[in-house]
Design a protein. Structure first.
Length: 193
């Protein structure tokens, strides 16, 4: 049976069950894998929000759009997996970056004090200045602090992107295995199909 052979109720049921299973797998990975510069609240929020943004597209839209584009149904199923499992982590990395930048742009700028922290090499602020201009560096550090980031991290890092990709891969492999091999999931999804 191919994705376009299922009734609409199946996709809506799969959306709810799959979403809960996906965040159960991805949230702990993001909690541990996202950079320590992000607060615990931000890492937990990312574990729920990123999947909430992409999962409906992966479950409700792509299975109906991608496979019919191919004459061979088997090729269509593989194409769906390739598109969906490329789309989800790419979109989630982009969304995470936008979330960080939005939080930074909403922060209030702070006027630096009279001492120039960049003149002191042993100062905590000079370990990794964000800008050569002391006033801009002070503004960027204050925005980062308000956004829940360490001053050295004002945007998403490669560690964050790798954590998001790893979480998606784990949910694809682990969630897919559970749905295929655990009778409880099969019965739950097969109800009235």
């Amino acid at each position: 049976m191919h994705s376009y052979d299922y009734p609409p109720e199946f996709f809506w049921r799969f959306l709810v069950i799959g979403y809960l299973l996906t965040i159960a797998i991805e949230a702990p990975i993001l909690l541990v894998g996202l950079s320590r510069g992000h607060s615990l609240a931000r890492r937990l929020f990312a574990g729920v929000w990123l999947t909430a943004c992409t999962y409906p597209i992966v479950v409700l839209v792509l299975p109906l759009v991608v496979p019919p584009l191919f004459a061979d149904p088997q090729t269509g199923e593989w194409a769906y997996l390739a598109v969906a499992e490329t789309f989800a982590p790419a979109a989630e990395c982009l969304l995470f970056s936008l979330l960080i930048k939005r939080n930074l742009s909403e922060a209030e700028p702070v006027v630096p004090d009279s001492t120039n922290a960049l003149d002191h090499e042993d100062s905590e602020k000079t370990k990794m200045p964000l800008s050569e201009n002391p006033y801009q560096a002070s503004q960027e550090m204050s925005r980062a602090k308000v956004a829940g980031l360490s001053p050295q991290m004002s945007c998403a890092t490669w560690q964050d992107y790798l954590a998001i990709i790893a979480a998606n891969l784990a949910s694809f492999l682990g969630g897919g295995w559970l749905i295929e091999n655990v009778a409880w999931f099969k019965n739950l999804l097969a109800n009235n199909v």
